[in-house]
Design a protein around this ligand. Sequence first.
Ligand SMILES: Nc1ncnc2c1ncn2[C@@H]1O[C@H](COP(=O)(O)OP(=O)(O)OP(=O)(O)O)[C@@H](O)[C@H]1O
Ligand code: SF4
Ligand SMILES: [Mg+2]
Length: 392
Amino acid sequence: MSELDVMGAPGTAADGLAGEKLLRVENLSVDFPTDDGTVHAVRDVSFTLGRGEVLGIVGESGSGKSVSSMAVMGLLPKTAKISGSIRFKDKELVGLSYKQMQPVRGNGISMIFQDPMTSLNPVYTVGWQLAEAHRAHHDVSKKAAMAKAVEALELVGIPQPDRRAEQYPHEFSGGMRQRVMIAMAIINDPDVIIADEPTTALDVTVQAQILDTLLRIRDETSAGIMIITHDLGVVAGMVDRVQVMYGGTVVEQGGVDEVFEAQRMPYTVGLLGSIPNPNLLGKRLTPIKGAPPSLMNLPQGCPFSPRCPLAIDICRETEPQLLETDRAGHYARCHRSDHLATIEQPQRLFAHDEIGTVENPASLTAADPDVPVAEDLADVEARLHEEEKPTS
Ligand SMILES: Nc1ncnc2c1ncn2[C@@H]1O[C@H](COP(=O)(O)OP(=O)(O)OP(=O)(O)O)[C@@H](O)[C@H]1O
Ligand code: SF4
Ligand SMILES: [Mg+2]
């Protein structure tokens, strides 16, 4: 059975909530030829999105999150070389022209971008813009389209929607503008909504409200939603499944609780160490040392190997496949995921001297023999194993 058969098989944990597959992305790769060389922006990415499902796509800057979603929307520049398959319901999208994609875009699949001001026209009222977006896909009167616009504003939680529909974008706060963008995304009742960093520019309270709004939209419309973010913390407790991207490809994928509970790829462990955790309030975070790889000059083998505390020779030679781990429906692209599974406190692998460890910030000022603070990373693993051995 191929990797994809497993991921798409009905009844597995990798399935959407309600079973119907809205999107099937298989072996998607996107290259950008440039004067300096080819950027391998997306490499062999496969995933599915089910009706009513929320999928989180997480990874550092430049990991290929936006290019993957722009490929789904058919919005990549003509220079992009795309291979693989993107099926929306039964329709193959790869190979369609911009014009052929037009009926799908907005109507079947819609997108919410990070910065609403660049997507809204300042010289037209919000209601007019929503109504026109509806009329672009439906043969209805202006009055009916405006009624639909007001309904969409109401659905995204904008108070007094009929009055607000007559206002201009600058009359809305940042959070309210992002709600307008969500209204724009749902005005044609799409099956799939892609939200690319929908809350990055907003403060934490407003972020939570926007994410709640998206969940409510999912409940009310059964749309499948993809939320793209660099912050794993944002998707916790919100998405059904999570897909971690690194170096242009998926490195870990599974139910969100599974992935939060037991990571099977060290990069995800590192990502979790670099997000605020309410249970560790006041303690330091442990960002992953080093920089993400250049997608023009990827290192040989696993792209995470230069930063990975578990890297061994094979990691620097051969890139691992995305395979199911010891946990059903949980996939990882790592030669050592079985080994990672045996480590009790994997976050300690990412301890480093400037930061200390998340579990013991006191190590920054006082020597603690139990906390591997200033050791060479390669020694940390050996030490953890020593600690795990039963004492006689
Ligand atoms: N038109 C293009 N031509 C050349 N390279 C591109 C083009 N568009 C994107 N890239 C490159 O593709 C890679 C992936 O970019 P992408 O925008 O998908 O990253 P991302 O994961 O969304 O990052 P961020 O979190 O910063 O939004 C980057 O190295 C980027 O520079
Ligand atoms: S394959 Fe090797 S280098 Fe890559 S994440 Fe796994 S252990 Fe680390
Ligand atoms: Mg992006």
